[in-house]
Unconditional design. Structure first.
Length: 257
């Protein structure tokens, strides 16, 4: 556990990341179709796939600003100068990352890869579950050594996905089978869970399983609410969402001909 003063300095440092991440999400969402642009007909604003990224991005920016002023209130301008100095030092030297830097890197890498790699290309349920599983298993045990190993595992599993899409294989396979990218995305999610559970150790296995169940339950509950009650589409509706559509429209409420 970090001392309170160091923790507040870390809050100032982390607030910059949160604001930048939120701004990046909002800027990226500006390229999404808006309500009036969907299907060539006029639609209400709340059916736009850009709505959810706007809400998340704006919320992150506001939380980052609040976090900044919370840290500044405790440390004063001296703490702010030290934080800015530590950021500037990154361009001069490359020290081994401490606990605060490691957490900063873990959140940054996980959120950025989810927003820019997985969510635009892999089914939203799979992408959201992967994000929650990664973050919850990295931070729930308050073990920096475990966090470092799980972060390395997450990045190693992301590398072949980056190569898969950067090489154009993803686009080619999706031309033949629209849900093709969900297959490696789902496989890497399962592989992360298995390897992370082994890395966490047998004594943590029960709690690890609860975290995984929560991570899957959140998108499986929220996606139907937003899609079928609020009529909000998602950036990528892949195989899992298609299965939900089948259950909703073909099994629960089939059209009578």
């Amino acid at each position: 556990m970090l001392p309170k003063e160091r923790l507040r300095r870390a809050d100032i440092l982390f607030s910059f990341l949160v604001v930048l991440a939120g701004a990046a999400i909002v800027i990226n969402a500006m390229g999404f179709p808006r309500g009036a642009e969907l299907s060539g007909v006029r639609n209400d604003w709340y059916v736009s796939p850009a709505l959810m990224p706007y809400v998340i991005g704006t919320g992150l920016v506001l939380m980052g600003i609040a976090l900044f002023f919370t840290g500044l209130k405790e440390t004063g301008t001296q703490g702010l100068r030290e934080v800015l100095g530590s950021i500037g030092g990154l361009f001069i030297r490359r020290p081994a990352p401490g606990a605060g830097s490691l957490r900063f890197l873990a959140v940054t890498a996980t959120v950025v890869l989810t927003v820019f790699l997985y969510m635009p290309r892999v089914d939203f349920v799979i992408s959201a579950a992967f994000l929650l599983v990664a973050l919850m298993t990295m931070f729930a045990f308050e073990d920096d050594a475990l966090l470092r190993r799980l972060l390395v595992l997450y990045l190693l599993l992301a590398a072949p996905m980056i190569a898969y899409f950067a090489s154009g294989l993803g686009a080619r396979f999706e031309e033949a089978f629209y849900y093709a990218s969900d297959i490696p995305g789902g496989l890497f999610l399962v592989l992360y869970i298995l390897l992370a559970a082994r890395t966490a150790g047998r004594e943590r296995r029960r709690r690890f399983l609860r975290l995984v169940l929560i991570a899957f339950a959140v998108p499986l509950i929220l996606v139907p609410v937003f899609k079928y009650l609020l009529y909000i589409p998602f950036p990528r509706e892949g195989g899992v969402v298609a299965l939900m559509d089948y259950v909703r429209f073909d099994l629960l409420d089939p059209v009578q001909e």
